[in-house]
Write a protein that binds this ligand. Structure first.
Ligand SMILES: [Zn+2]
Length: 159
């Protein structure tokens, strides 16, 4: 009101809070992938009929072959650490809406039985203790708390 009384013009921009709830389908195979993690703590991949590559997470078409994939195959919840980063820069985690505590580990993982990579958190945050090729295992959210998202995997841990 002081601005109006002074006859000055001020532009005020507020970010505000707007709720925009929405839902989307993960698709036939994406739903299978997420449901198996939620209900059984199991990973599934999908195998290309042409080149034989197994993709995790599941996708419906092989990138190099353009072949439609329909054969689901079980893969392990253990694998190799391909590369990693220890992140010290905070951000608002879109899955929680809260600031992600730092530092946290981010890893590229190749599960046993898969030919593609999965990107997820790793609980080790000391870069001196992480090396490419180390064995890792998925740590799942507790029973009853899994919701059918990639965050049903809490993180990976070193074996
Ligand atoms: Zn292929």
């Amino acid at each position: 009101m002081a601005a109006a009384e002074d006859k000055k013009m001020f532009l005020v921009i507020e970010s505000g809070n707007v709720a925009q709830p929405f839902r989307w389908s993960a698709g036939t195979y994406g739903s299978k992938f997420l449901t198996e993690i939620r209900d059984n703590k199991k990973f599934w991949g999908i195998k290309c009929p042409k080149c034989g590559k197994v993709y995790v997470p599941i996708r419906s078409v092989c990138g190099p072959c353009y072949a439609e994939m329909t054969e689901l195959v079980p893969v392990s919840d253990e694998g190799n650490l391909i590369t990693f980063s220890v992140v010290s820069f905070g951000f608002v985690d879109p899955s929680t809406g809260k600031q992600k505590p730092v530092p946290y580990g981010y890893a590229v993982i190749k599960l046993d039985g898969a030919d593609s990579y999965l990107i997820h958190y790793i609980d080790e945050t000391d870069p001196e203790k992480l090396k490419a090729g180390m064995r890792v295992r998925a740590v799942f959210e507790e029973d009853g708390k899994r919701t059918g998202s990639m965050m049903d995997i809490k993180h990976f841990e070193l074996i």
